[in-house]
Design a binder for this molecule. Structure first.
Ligand SMILES: NC(=O)C1=CN([C@@H]2O[C@H](COP(=O)(O)OP(=O)(O)OC[C@H]3O[C@@H](n4cnc5c(N)ncnc54)[C@H](OP(=O)(O)O)[C@@H]3O)[C@@H](O)[C@H]2O)C=CC1
Ligand SMILES: O=C1O[C@H](COP(=O)(O)O)[C@@H](O)[C@H](O)[C@H]1O
Length: 597
């Protein structure tokens, strides 16, 4: 049996042990990855699911209390698994020791997080609360400092006051919340400066150094500012406020350009000052619990992966809807529109995770390699496969809701779409011919985000006569509800109890609030922690971004150059009727509109 060596990354044990193992000699086990491990910051090496791949087969080994309880592949012989288990346990013990040593080393280093654009909406709404939640959960390093940076004049006390108004406590741990907030706020400071001033960033650097107190300094800059000043801020941060002895990383918020050309130009400018591995392009949908779970669902359950192709799946739908308009963000939104705001990034990222092949390991580069392949296999969207809409004013129950163009920051007569539906195709062996439908809109009747997988009809179905008349309604559908009320449910046909033979559609339902008592962390918490830990899996690499823009750029250009008129839909409605015609053209019914969804 080949000896194993571990190529452990610095990944924490928070979300599953993702170290990969490879044989020192021979080539029998190509890789091992640990799909689950318990306890944050501590690894229970006795309770693991180990998956490994050999030349001939893949197998999963489940260990409980240090003993193999089951293995999923009968072709692997048990005695070799036993030997493997011993080696795994021995390598893991060394890793746990290594992690212990790393955490001792933490005392000598520090992390400084600078929120650039600290006075803004996103900083207040999401970033400071996420940082507090991480602090509350004990996830931030022992030594850390948070700086707010923006042009607004503020003292440290004023920043703390502003931040304190947005902080909330976890429902299950309110007891010492006030105390924790006080401690957290004491670690928050403010520096006022221009985004293009080397001098002001040098002042910031000086203050950071004072707080770092001679430790190895690691610095994270979160660019929470409008995109036209990204490059100025990166230039100043990297030349005047980079760490000299630790790492420097920059989280860049979307939008990453407006099309292929501007995105490439932005990447080029950023790379004048930063290496690709210092750039963390954030798409907060990748930090949502159910989006992260997508790969677990696919790759750790035998029942799904074999069905995950054109052979069994008829169509896949990615649906985003908001029950409010662009209120307050019209100025930004009008320059981008719903296709760039939601589809090109959030929905396309989910699609890539949904459709990618099995990555070699859970390592960030392996996952992103697979996502790029899917994106590069996609056809640019044809204009005839798209419906665009814009919301108009609507009065309901005596309340009048505004039209998009009633927003004072939106130019009169704007044609910017606030709704779009599109059919996309992946030209590869797994997905050829399967429509991937996207639908995204603002000011609709509800707020939700979900993935709907509609399976093919049962061939020669014995029970056709006993099901509901509409064949579409009688086929299986897997629904992954990203928000609200996170859930995964599978719609199956079932016999209605009784002496007759009548079938109905019922749900096998995993509703998170019933199953898990722990509150689901906000996406920004996960992503901030990943950036601090240098985990890039959930951030977008530049080649992914290029491929994503290639799918949408020709379409966006055509819509804008031809000044295509959107279909108007009332505020609070289900959106333009055209979306149904588009789906019907591809022999699909939207899953979210049936009566028993
Ligand atoms: N808000 C949200 O929900 C989301 C935002 N984003 C992205 O995050 C980033 C920040 O968003 P948000 O907080 O809403 O942005 P804001 O418009 O609130 O801007 C953030 C800060 O940047 C400074 N600023 C604003 N406009 C200018 C300007 N023209 N020139 C120089 N400085 C300016 C202001 O600070 P000061 O005047 O004090 O310098 C402001 O407080 C953007 O890239 C946005 O696209 C992404 C997803 C969601
Ligand atoms: O990126 C964006 O996302 C929000 C929706 O995020 P959610 O986490 O609240 O679903 C959207 O409102 C905004 O327009 C867009 O820029």
């Amino acid at each position: 049996m080949a000896a194993l060596s571990s190529s452990v990354t610095s990944r924490s044990y928070r979300s599953g042990y993702s170290a990969s193992f490879s044989p020192v000699k021979g080539n029998r086990h190509r890789s091992l990855s640990f799909l689950s491990a318990s306890s944050p910051r501590g690894l229970d090496i006795h309770d693991l699911c180990v998956r490994f791949q050999s030349k001939s087969a893949r197998a999963s080994v489940f260990m409980q209390d240090g003993a193999i309880v089951t293995d999923s592949n009968p072709t692997e012989n048990k005695s070799s698994l036993k030997g493997l288990k011993d080696e795994v346990l021995s390598v893991l013990s060394q890793d746990v020791a290594k992690v212990g040593a790393e955490s001792d080393g933490q005392n000598k280093s520090t992390v400084s997080i600078t929120v650039v654009g600290a006075s803004g909406d996103l900083a207040k709404k999401k970033i400071f609360p996420a940082l507090f939640a991480l602090y509350y959960e004990g996830c931030l390093p022992e030594h850390f400092t948070i700086f707010g940076y923006s042009r607004s004049k503020m003292t440290d006390a004023e920043l703390r006051n502003m931040v304190s108004r947005t902080l909330t406590c976890r429902i299950d741990k309110r007891a010492n919340c006030g105390e924790k907030m006080e401690e957290f706020l004491k670690r928050c400071f403010y520096h006022s400066g221009q985004y293009d001033s080397q001098e002001h960033f040098t002042e910031l650097d000086k203050k950071l150094k004072e707080h770092e107190g001679g430790r190895i300094s690691n610095r994270l800059f979160y660019l929470s500012i409008p995109p036209n000043i990204f490059v100025d801020a990166v230039k100043c941060a990297s030349t005047s406020a980079s760490s000299v002895n630790g790492w420097t990383r920059v989280i860049v918020e979307k939008p990453f350009g407006r099309d292929s050309e501007t995105s490439a130009a932005l990447t080029k400018s950023l790379k004048q000052y930063l290496e690709e591995d210092q750039i963390f392009r954030i798409d907060h949908y990748l930090g949502k619990e159910l989006v992260e779970n997508l790969s677990v669902l696919r790759f750790s359950n035998l029942i799904f992966e074999p069905l995950w192709s054109r052979q069994y799946i008829r169509n896949v739908q990615f649906i985003f809807s908001e029950d409010f308009g662009t209120e307050g963000r019209g100025g930004y939104f009008d320059n981008y529109g719903i296709i760039r705001d939601i589809m090109q990034n959030h929905l396309l990222q989910i699609l890539a995770l949904f459709a990618m092949e099995t990555p070699v390991s859970l390592d960030g580069e392996d996952i992103r390699n697979e996502k790029v392949k899917v994106l590069r296999s996609m056809r640019p969207i044809r204009v005839e496969d798209v419906v665009i809409g814009q919301y108009k004013s609507h009065t309901k129950g005596g309340v009048t809701y505004p039209a998009y163009t009633d927003d004072k920051t939106v130019p009169k007569g704007s044609l910017t779409p606030t709704f779009a539906a599109a059919a996309l195709f992946i030209d590869n062996a797994r997905w050829e011919g399967v429509p991937f439908l996207m639908k995204a809109g603002k000011a609709l009747h509800t707020r939700s985000a979900e993935i709907r997988v509609q399976f093919r009809h049962v061939p020669g179905n014995l029970y056709n006569r006993n099901t509901v008349s509409n064949l579409d309604q009688a086929t299986n559908e897997l629904v992954i509800r990203v928000q609200p009320d996170e859930a995964i449910y599978l719609r199956i046909n079932n016999k209605v109890p009784g002496l007759g033979m009548r079938l109905d559609r019922s749900n096998l339902n995993l509703l998170y609030s019933d199953r898990y008592s722990k509150e689901i962390p906000d996406a920004y918490e996960r992503l901030l922690l990943d950036a601090i830990e240098g985990e890039r899996r959930l951030f977008i690499r530049s080649d992914e971004l290029d491929a994503a823009w290639s799918v949408f750029t020709p379409l966006i250009k055509e819509i804008e150059e031809k000044k295509r008129i959107p279909e108007y839909y009332p505020y609070g409605s289900r959106g333009p009727v055209g979306a149904h015609y588009l789906a019907a053209k591809h022999k699909v019914q939207w899953g979210d509109v049936s009566l028993d969804q």
